[in-house]
Every structure is written in C-alpha cells, then in structure tokens.
Design a protein around this ligand. Structure first.
Ligand code: PMP
Length: 408
C-alpha cells in the first residue's frame, strides 16, 4: 500500500469520530448478567459445618469454598486461603508480608535485603510490574516463547544471583499472549536450583478455568512438582473468580505449602478478623461444584469466543500476508497480543487514540512500561460489543498500515 493510500484511509477513520475502548480486560455487561442470580444469594447464612457466615472468624475460608476451588487451582483444600474480591490484593499482601516477615526458609526479611529482583516474563501483566515498582523491586525481563518463559535464561539467573527472589508467572492463557506453560517448563520451574533460599514463584493462575474452546489447555501441577523436587515452599499460587462471577464482587485465593500458608495466615491475622463468608457461601450456592462452574464458564465462552474469532478474522483480512503484524490466537483467557514492526507500537497506539480507539499504552506489557523493541500491543476484546470490536480492530489495522508506510 502506498503512503498516500494509507494517509487517506487514516483520515477517513478519524472522520468517523469513533469512541471505542480496548484497554482493559473487563467482562462485558452480558457476562456479568450471567451471575445476576447471585445478587439474591445466599439463601442461608449457615455453612455446612454450622459456621455462622455473618460473623467474624474462619480466617482461612469456609471448607466448602476451598473444596470447590481446590481442584481447579491444583491446591489441596487444606492449603488454600480464601480472600476478598481481588487476587491482586493477595499478591500485594504477599510481597508486603515478605518485606516485613521472613518467609519460610529465608534468612532475613526482604526489607533488609540491599536489593530484590523479580524475573518478569514478557510480554506480561502490567499490574504485576506496577507492584514491583511500588515496592522498589528491580525487574529483569525474560522473553516468553510458546512454552512459557525461556527457561534457559530463568535457570541461569536464579542459580547465579541470590538477589532474585521471585518470578511472575501467568501460567495458563497468559496475559497477554495466551500461552499455557508446557509440562516441561513447569517441571523445570519446580526443580531448578536457586541461589536465594527464599525464592518464590508467583503463580498467578488468573485464567485457570477460562477456556474458550472444547479443547481446554492442561497445566502441570506446580505445587505438587515443587514438593516432589524437594522445594515444597517455592510456589505461591493465586486465583480469583473476578472473571467467573462478578469482577468487583468475587472471591480470591492464595494456595501454597503448609508452612507458607501458616506464614500467610499469621500475617493476615493482623489485617482482618476474618473474610467475607457470606460471599463465599453465595459462590458455593451459585456455582455448586466443578461441573456447575464448568457449565457457567461455557456460557462465558459463548459470549467471548466470537470476539476472539472476530479479532483474528479482521486482523487476517486487514493485515494478513502484509508482513506488518503477527498476533496470538489464544484458546482461553482475556487477551490477544499483537506485534507490529519494531519501533512502531507507540506510534500506532497514539494514532489509534487520535482516531478515538483507546488501547493499553504501548510498553505496558514490559517492566517499567518500556518495550525495548517498541513492538507489542495488548488487545482486550471482551468488553466492547462485537460490532464495536470489529470497528476498533479494523481501525487499528489502518493505524498499523499508516505508521509502517510512514517508516518506509
Ligand atoms: N492477574 C491477571 C493475570 C489478570 O489478568 C488480572 C485481571 N486483569 C488479575 C490478576 C486481577 O485479578 P483480581 O481481579 O483477582 O485482582
């Protein structure tokens, strides 16, 4: 395409005065409607063991809630803690606890270390990186491939540098590439020798049950593998129902070894006299069991899958065969990762913004908001309507063609 044509297409796009938002991975109102019945639950405040859900107490969470989610998160129910509506808050608190209280196996508090480093597989989740920035944790990017993080790089860094205390992982339908870690990657993470005795894997399994097709991705059981390899305390597992039930009113989970769970509960006991058990009862009554939850997730998939297909279809139509872009085609999760020619992502996002299409800032998928190749753009297709989404992606393609043509 000539530059003239690309400019004309872009001018026509701007003329349309669009106002579309592809920034955040939020459920659409139709998805939230799937859980509308929850607003009148629970029908009893009594848990199975007679606990009065209205009162203080039961810090670890109700047994039936932990049992419902144990298998899905691959954490034994006895090693699962139920939290408030945000797993991000539990990740935040885990870091604060580690800064202030020595983690099992550690020698000193993270706050007493001269420097703490976390490995950050890229592209990754911007809010993980924001937590590191907040607590002054140095971030080191590690490239992702189609099996997960590049394990040769991870193994080398954790083995040689005791400052490396953590790694962020979104192991299933990763944000934003959609990659699910291979069995071999999970095994290597569990087994690898590490220099820091208090090294932890932050295993953010946010999309554990968020399949979009009939062929769900399988993820190896990190917690079990860590224990098998003599590294029982290595994994912190997180999850939530933010994208299962109600994003603002879900429940979250922390799972780990018995020692880590005791450490976490001892610290969180200073924060709260017990979690919202009425919401836990509400979730159990609404979702019932693993089959009930799977059926509910299929209804989400019916709403979301056409949107993922639409992104793929429009990108193929507009950019397929041009050599200007590659993109992921996830079979679960909430995001699609689009790679444009090096040095173009920021400009593409700016051009889209000027045309009324809001995208996650270029660079957000990398530590410090800095994508050194300036190449990756995260697409969040769930919130807009199908029609809005198609317009936004077609408009985005116009911006990619313009910026590429301008760069010659
Ligand atoms: N982790 C990942 C990988 C996410 O994509 C999101 C939401 N975008 C979250 C955590 C946030 O989870 P929560 O609502 O439980 O805080």
């Amino acid at each position: 395409m000539t530059l003239d044509q690309a400019v004309r297409d872009y001018e026509a796009l701007v003329q349309r005065g669009l106002k579309l938002d592809l920034t955040r991975g939020k459920p659409s109102p139709h998805q939230l409607d799937l859980s509308e019945a929850m607003l009148t639950l629970p029908s009893t405040h009594l848990a199975a063991d007679g606990t009065d859900g209205r009162n203080y107490g039961n810090q670890q969470g109700l047994a039936e809630t932990r049992e419902l989610f144990a298998g899905l998160l691959q954490v034994p129910a006895g090693q699962l803690v139920v939290g408030g509506n945000s797993s991000l808050a539990m990740m935040h608190d885990s870091i604060v606890h580690a800064l202030l209280s020595v983690v099992p196996g550690g020698e000193r508090r993270w706050a007493d270390e001269p420097e703490i480093v976390f490995l950050c597989p890229v592209p990754g989740y911007d809010r993980h990186f924001a937590l590191c920035e907040r607590f002054g944790i140095t971030m080191v990017a590690v490239p992702m491939n189609d099996q997960g993080p590049d394990m040769d790089v991870v193994e080398r860094l954790v083995a040689e540098d005791a400052r490396v205390k953590g790694i962020w992982c979104v192991p299933k339908y990763s944000n934003p590439s959609g990659v699910t870690y291979s069995d071999e990657t999970v095994r290597r993470l569990a087994a690898m020798p590490v220099a820091a005795p208090d090294f932890r894997i932050f295993w953010d399994n946010a999309y554990a049950v968020h399949h979009l097709t009939d062929a769900p991705a399988e993820l190896a059981d990190l917690l079990a593998l860590c224990a098998e390899h003599g590294n029982a305390d290595r994994a912190f597992v997180y999850g939530s129902t933010s994208k299962v039930t109600l994003a603002g009113s879900g429940i979250s989970f922390f799972g780990s070894s018995p020692a880590n769970v005791a450490w976490f509960l001892a610290n969180s006991a200073k924060q709260t006299i017990g979690p919202d058990k009425i919401n836990q009862l509400r979730h159990v009554e609404f979702l019932r069991d693993a089959e009930g939850l799977a059926a509910h997730m299929r209804r989400h998939a019916e709403l979301i899958w056409p949107k993922f297909e639409a992104v793929d279809r429009v990108l193929n139509k507009e950019l397929g065969g041009t050599g200007l872009a590659t993109w992921s085609s996830p079979t679960g999760g909430y995001f699609i990762s689009l790679d444009v020619p090096e040095g173009c992502a920021r400009e593409v996002v700016a051009k889209a913004k000027a045309a009324g299409i809001a995208l996650t800032p270029a660079g957000a998928t990398h530590p410090y908001g800095d994508d050194p190749a300036d190449r990756t753009i995260r697409i969040a297709p769930t919130f807009p309507t199908l029609d809005e989404l198609e317009q936004a992606i077609a408009g985005l393609a116009v911006c990619v063609r313009l910026v590429a043509a301008q760069r010659g």
